[in-house]
Design a protein around this ligand. Structure first.
Ligand code: FMN
Length: 410
C-alpha cells in the first residue's frame, strides 16, 4: 500500500550522462543560463561578457525598456497555427533573428564561434562573425553552409581591411556589417578594475581564479591558444599576447571613420551592406539615402556610450521614417521571444542577440546556444498566440503600449 502510494508520487528523471544536457535540464530562461555562466566562468571573463560601459545605464535600460512595454492583446482570433517565419534581407528565415558578432567568443567556451555558427546554421539563421573573432572567416565557413555575415571594425590599415573583406567574400560570407558605434572603445569599468586583458592572462595573478574555476581553466589551457584569428600571424596585432582591449582597439581602429569610408567599403563588397550602431532617426535616414541595405539599431549592448538610448525605443521612430526602405534590425536587451514580438510589432524587420547566446555557450557549450535559439523561437510563438497574431505580418504597433511611467521616447 505504502509502496504503491510512493510509486505514484515519486518520479525520478532519468539520470542524464551528458554534463551540458544535465545542466540544461534545470534551465527555464536566459537569466538561468546567465547564473550558470557566472558560476562557471572566472570573474574577469564573466564580467567581460556581462558588463557594460561606465555606470551600465545603457546596459540596464536596454532590457528594462523591453520589460516596461506592455502588449495590447487581441483575443478570439483563431491561433490554431502561429508562424514565426520572417524575412532578413529579402530571404525567408524560420524566425527573424541573427546571432550578433562578439569578439573573443572562445573565452566563453573553447567551441566559441564555431559552435555559434553551427547552431545558427542548424536553426536556419544568419551568424555574424566579429573582426575580433577568435576563429577566421575560413574556419567558420568550413563548419557552416548557412548565411554568414562579416562584421568589420575599420582598421587604420586600409590594405589589411580590404584583404580581410576579400577573404570573407571568398569564404562565402554574404553580408558586410560595419560597426560604427566604436570611434573609441567605451570605458568598461568592470574590466578596468580587474585589469582584464584578452586573452585573459593565466598567471600568478589569476591562479586563485583558476583554482576556483578549474573546469574553465582546464578547458582554456587544453584548447588551442586564442588570438584574433582573422589577422593571425600578424604578431603585433593578432592578440596572441595579452592586450588591454581599449588600448588595442583605440590604436588599431580608425576614429576618423565617416560616411565616405562606408561608401568605399560598399565599393569593395558586392553583397548587402548594413551599418551597426545607428542610434538616431537622422543617421537611419542618411543610411537609407546612401542606399545601404539595412541599419542595426544598437548601442553595442550598452558597452559603448553609457547615456545611449534604449534600442527598442528607437525602433518606432526609425520605422516611421525609413520603414519599408531597408532592413531595420533591433539589437540590444533581447532575452525572451516576447522581446522579438515587441520589436517586430514596432517596425523592426529582425533582431540580433549577443549576450543571450554567449550565456548559453558559457553554461552548456554548443547545446546551450541551440537551447537559447529554441527558447526564443517558442517564446516568440507563444507571445504571438497570446497577443493574437498568427504571422509576423499581423504584428503592428497597436499591439504594444508603453505606460506613461516608462522610460522611453515613444
Ligand atoms: C562579449 C561581447 C563582445 C562583443 N563584441 C563585439 C564585436 O566584436 N563587434 C561588434 O560589432 N559588436 C560586439 N558586441 C556587441 C554585440 O554585437 C551586440 O550588439 C550586443 O551584444 C547586443 O546586446 P545584447 O548582448 O543585450 O544582446 C559584443 C558584445 C558582447 C557582449
Amino acid at each position: 500500500m505504502v509502496i504503491d502510494t510512493l510509486r505514484s508520487v515519486l518520479q525520478f528523471r532519468r539520470f542524464e550522462l551528458d554534463a551540458a544536457r544535465r545542466r540544461l535540464q534545470g534551465v527555464a530562461s536566459v537569466e538561468d543560463l546567465r547564473r550558470i555562466a557566472r558560476r562557471r566562468l572566472p570573474g574577469g571573463v564573466f564580467d567581460y561578457i556581462d558588463g557594460g560601459a561606465e555606470d551600465e545605464v545603457a546596459l540596464d535600460r536596454n532590457t528594462r525598456a523591453f520589460r516596461e512595454l506592455e502588449f495590447v492583446p487581441r483575443v478570439l482570433r483563431d491561433m490554431g497555427s502561429v508562424d514565426t517565419t520572417g524575412t532578413i534581407l529579402g530571404r525567408q528565415v524560420p524566425l527573424p533573428l541573427i546571432l550578433a558578432p562578439t569578439g573573443f567568443t572562445r573565452v566563453a567556451d573553447p567551441a566559441g564561434e564555431l559552435a555559434a555558427a553551427r547552431a545558427a546554421d542548424r536553426a536556419g539563421l544568419p551568424y555574424a562573425l566579429s573582426t575580433m573573432g577568435t576563429r577566421s572567416v575560413e574556419e567558420v565557413a568550413a563548419v557552416s553552409e548557412g548565411s554568414k555575415w562579416f562584421q568589420v571594425y575599420v582598421w587604420r590599415d586600409r590594405g589589411l581591411l580590404a584583404e580581410m573583406i576579400q577573404r570573407a567574400a571568398a569564404a562565402g560570407f554574404e553580408v558586410l556589417c560595419i560597426t560604427v558605434d566604436a570611434a573609441m572603445l567605451g570605458r568598461r569599468e568592470r574590466d578596468v578594475r580587474r585589469g582584464f586583458t584578452l586573452p585573459p592572462k593565466l598567471g600568478l595573478d589569476t591562479l586563485m581564479e583558476a583554482m576556483i574555476r578549474p573546469g574553465w581553466s582546464l578547458r582554456f589551457a587544453r584548447s588551442e591558444p586564442i588570438s584574433f584569428a582573422n589577422v593571425a600571424g600578424n604578431t603585433h596585432i593578432d592578440g596572441s599576447t595579452a592586450v588591454d582591449l581599449a588600448a588595442f582597439m583605440n590604436s588599431q581602429f580608425d576614429p576618423t571613420l565617416s560616411w565616405d569610408d562606408v561608401e568605399w567599403m560598399r565599393s569593395e563588397w558586392a553583397g548587402p551592406v548594413l551599418i551597426k550602431g545607428v542610434q538616431s532617426v537622422a543617421d537611419a535616414v542618411i543610411a537609407r539615402d546612401q542606399g545601404l541595405n539595412g541599419v542595426v539599431l544598437s548601442n553595442h549592448g550598452g558597452r559603448q556610450l553609457d547615456s545611449a538610448p534604449a534600442v527598442i525605443d528607437l525602433v518606432a521612430p526609425v520605422a516611421s521614417k525609413v520603414g519599408g526602405d531597408l532592413d531595420i534590425v533591433c539589437d540590444g536587451g533581447i532575452r525572451r521571444g516576447g522581446d522579438i514580438v515587441k520589436a517586430l510589432s514596432l517596425g523592426a524587420t529582425s533582431c540580433m542577440i549577443g549576450r543571450a547566446y554567449l550565456y548559453g555557450l558559457a553554461a552548456a557549450g554548443e547545446e546551450g546556444v541551440d537551447w537559447v535559439i529554441e527558447h526564443l523561437r517558442t517564446g516568440m510563438q507563444r507571445d504571438m498566440a497570446l497577443v493574437g497574431a498568427s504571422s509576423v505580418a499581423e504584428l503592428s504597433p497597436e499591439l504594444v503600449h508603453r505606460p506613461r511611467s516608462g522610460s522611453g521616447q515613444t
